[in-house]
Design a binder for this molecule. Structure first.
Ligand code: MG
Length: 249
């Protein structure tokens, strides 16, 4: 499969999908609180997607049973909502995908619940900063390696590590299109970026080492050393100038 360049009309539809994702994430961020079961977030996600006229991307994807991924503390990504109770001080990563008019939007945020530790707050800030650095590097005429290297450099210079086993991705009619977007890389290497490419950039950052493992539910990814992990993601369109963030909050 090759990289699909989107027309301005297609990007306009992706803007709608991105808006739906953004609205759902804002609602989830407002509602998350200590004592709540993670499955309550899935109900809210479905309600808000329906209100936006959007379909969930994740539900049924390779058998994933929910519309939102909820990953807490040492959980990196792909946490399944269920009976786990959210506690004061947790950091909660929320990943949502939405389909509108046949096109996808995909974004993630990590939110702190009540009073979080200084380490947790720094980790969330660095991960968000790494996403911004990656997006800033995604310009027509640059290479994918510039995006990956910007993320890696931002994170590692601040003493954290970047998850290597999972990557960002092209996005469009399919949730996962070419190219894969690693969060580590070498400037100037990889695919040449062109106007009309639509990319989901998503650094996953660990307070400890970068290694991860998959839990017994075959979905939830956790840090191998039990350290905290944060995740921020946006869907963007490459333009002639500043990238457009389609899932902007
Ligand atoms: Mg994604």
């Amino acid at each position: 499969m090759s990289i699909i360049i989107k027309s301005q009309n297609e990007i306009a539809i992706m803007r709608q999908a991105g808006k739906a994702v953004s609205r759902v994430l804002q609602r989830l961020a407002r509602e998350v609180r200590p004592g709540m079961k993670t499955q309550e977030l899935d109900i809210i996600c479905e309600e808000e997607l329906a209100r936006c006229g959007a379909k969930a991307s994740f539900k049924g994807y390779r058998g994933f049973p929910a519309s939102v991924c909820v990953s807490i503390n040492d959980e990196v990504v792909h946490g399944i909502p269920g009976t786990r109770v959210i506690c004061e001080g947790d950091i909660v990563s929320l990943d949502v995908g939405a389909i509108v008019g046949g096109f996808q939007g995909d974004a993630a945020i990590t939110v702190g619940v009540g009073e979080t530790s200084p380490l947790a707050r720094e980790l969330m800030a660095v991960t968000q900063g790494a996403l911004a650095a990656g997006i800033a590097a995604a310009r027509a005429g640059s290479h994918l390696g510039d995006v990956s290297a910007a993320i890696q450099q931002y994170v590692e210079s601040r003493g954290f590590s970047v998850v290597r086993e999972y990557t960002g991705h092209g996005i469009g009619r399919e949730m996962h299109e070419e190219p894969q977007i690693p969060n580590v890389g070498v400037p100037g290497e990889g695919v040449l970026l062109r106007k009309g490419m639509t990319l989901a950039i998503e650094p996953m950052v660990n307070a400890g080492g970068w290694a991860t493992r998959v839990c017994g539910d075959h979905w939830t990814v956790v840090t191998a050393d039990g350290s905290l992990s944060a995740h921020f993601e946006h869907t963007i369109a490459v333009t002639d100038g500043e990238p457009e963030i389609l899932t902007a909050i």
